[in-house]
Design a protein around this ligand. Structure first.
Ligand SMILES: [Zn+2]
Length: 311
């Protein structure tokens, strides 16, 4: 059973944002030391009111919430940052240097999401509001953030996106992984690599996995979804193996001139069967990382690679 608020370590609570009423799709993590609070991930604007209600239900007054830390700027992780900055003029938004300009001016972020979601963009994710530039804190690789009684260390972790950090909580050993540790529903032995366009980079992803594995974190805190402690080594291996297996399979199908729609069907048929065998509801994985976006990411990656090999 999952609940909306789940204490996971001293001073750390996992919040289920109940994305469009669905549990176990998007999480945010609340850090609190009785004096000030921080969030790792804001989720999208469409769940922001629920997020604020959950923070208060956890016994944290909104005036204490001073630090909004995002792993990367995709809308399911940082979409609400502008809305929250407006609602809480005392809060700062912490972001990767590559992502910062796009939170200050989200025009390109919105345009690229609109290419994927079309008219569903706003119903799904809500309005994306700019974060005033003087409210942004640009975080560099290796930087230590002293927030809410915790020390978070930022790790630049490209592969899923170039604007991606994972954060190790030195105080508890928890690792907040954003999307770089994949998508996994609690209790299921299956890790899906979310591989959207346009910045998927398989080599960079493998290097990021190696870097994070070496930290020997006490738990992986996934945005999609929840905390995994028991089988961390297995988790990284399952993720990396599937990342490359799917990559090689999709490249073969591309070389056979298979259309994108057919590749999506092919991957869905195979992967959904594996998921059901692992005891998972395939739809929960699909909401967080759809086959359409996975395949689009791989196709773009291989075409870019082929183009750079020709030049
Ligand atoms: Zn993402």
């Amino acid at each position: 059973m999952s609940s909306i608020l789940q204490p996971i370590a001293e001073g750390v609570i996992r919040i289920d944002l109940q994305f469009h009423g669905r549990p176990q799709v998007i999480a945010a993590y609340l850090l609190y030391d009785g004096r000030e609070a921080a969030l790792v991930e804001t989720g999208p604007t469409s769940t922001a009111e629920k997020l604020l209600a959950s923070v208060q239900a956890a016994g944290v007054p909104l005036e204490a919430l001073r630090h909004l830390i995002v792993t990367h700027i995709h809308l399911d992780h940082a979409g609400a940052s502008g809305f929250l900055a407006q609602r809480m003029p005392w809060a700062k938004v912490y972001v990767h240097p590559v992502g910062a300009p796009h939170l200050a001016d989200p025009t390109r972020l919105i345009a690229s999401a609109a290419r994927i979601y079309g008219d569903l963009l706003e119903p799904l994710w809500g309005k994306v509001i700019p974060v005033p530039a003087d409210r942004l804190v640009v975080v560099s690789d290796g930087e230590r953030l002293q927030v809410a009684g915790h020390t978070l260390i930022a790790f630049d972790t490209p592969g899923h996106a170039r604007h991606h950090h994972a954060f190790l909580d030195e105080t508890t050993g928890l690792l907040f992984t954003g999307d770089i540790a994949g998508v996994r529903i609690p209790g299921v032995r299956y890790v899906r690599p979310p591989t959207p366009p346009p910045e998927l980079d398989l080599e960079a992803w493998s290097a990021s996995i190696a870097r994070l594995r070496a930290l020997r974190a006490s738990a992986l805190c996934l945005t999609h979804f929840d905390v995994h402690r028991e089988d961390i080594e297995w988790h990284w291996e399952d993720l990396e193996r599937r990342l490359w297996d799917w990559g090689h399979r999709i490249r073969e199908l591309l070389e056979e001139n298979m259309e994108a729609a057919e590749i999506i069907q092919h991957l869905r048929a195979q992967a959904d069967e594996e998921l059901r065998a692992a005891g998972a509801d395939p739809e929960l994985y699909d909401v967080a990382a759809s086959y359409e976006s996975l395949v689009a990411g791989y196709l773009r990656y291989w075409r870019k690679r082929a183009a750079s090999a020709r030049s």
